[in-house]
Design a protein. Structure first.
Length: 192
């Protein structure tokens, strides 16, 4: 399944994307940020294998993100913590090459992922989680229209071995129509 629109395509993540993800991560040396899960040099194949294992187990659906005009892989995102019994999933493991950050790419990807989650998968709630020190991610999630649910303290390990607090956000199906209009408005402003 490929999600396509607004100048981006989210295509199923495959092992063949390892080199392209390494190039995207090198734009900004994103693995040096202690608050992200970007693969470091030489680790993209392992990163992809873990995502595909999660897909096989039924709790993840990973994507490579392609910027359509260049055909370039510019990052990755995925559905994770998929819980069909309560119609819940989360969007995460999202990162973009530095030159595509603060562009239309994140808004476009989230609009496509949310449309698919609510419209096709029948999600009743979509969640996000981020490191308490990842302020840029928190601002981006809040710009989408998600609500801050709270903070899970001493929740998860960072790659450097420290333990992070995790900020949790969600968007309910009933909130989606208004958020969808807002995201479309943002993308139309970008196109002008």
């Amino acid at each position: 399944m490929t999600l396509k629109g607004f100048g981006v395509s989210l295509i199923p993540l495959q092992s063949k994307h390892a080199q392209a993800l390494e190039l995207a991560a090198a734009d900004g040396e994103l693995w040096t940020l202690r608050v992200t899960s970007v693969p470091e040099p030489g680790a993209a194949a392992t990163y992809i294998a873990a995502a595909l294992q999660g897909q096989e187990e039924g709790h993840m659906l990973p994507f490579a993100i392609v910027e359509d005009s260049s055909g370039e892989v510019v990052g990755s995102s995925r559905y994770h913590d998929i819980i069909p019994s309560v119609a819940r999933l989360e969007i995460g493991y999202t990162w973009y090459a530095k030159r595509w950050q603060r562009s239309h790419v994140n808004t476009a990807c989230k609009l496509l992922l949310l449309r698919h989650a609510f419209g096709t998968l029948g999600a009743k709630v979509v969640g996000w989680r981020t490191d308490n020190f990842n302020f840029a991610s928190q601002r981006a999630i809040e710009r989408l229209g998600a609500q801050k649910d709270g903070v899970l303290r001493h929740h998860a390990l960072r790659r450097d071995g420290t333990v992070r607090d995790t900020v949790m956000y969600s968007l309910l199906a009933g909130e989606w129509p208004e958020v969808e209009k807002h995201l479309e408005y943002q993308l139309n402003r970008h196109a002008d």
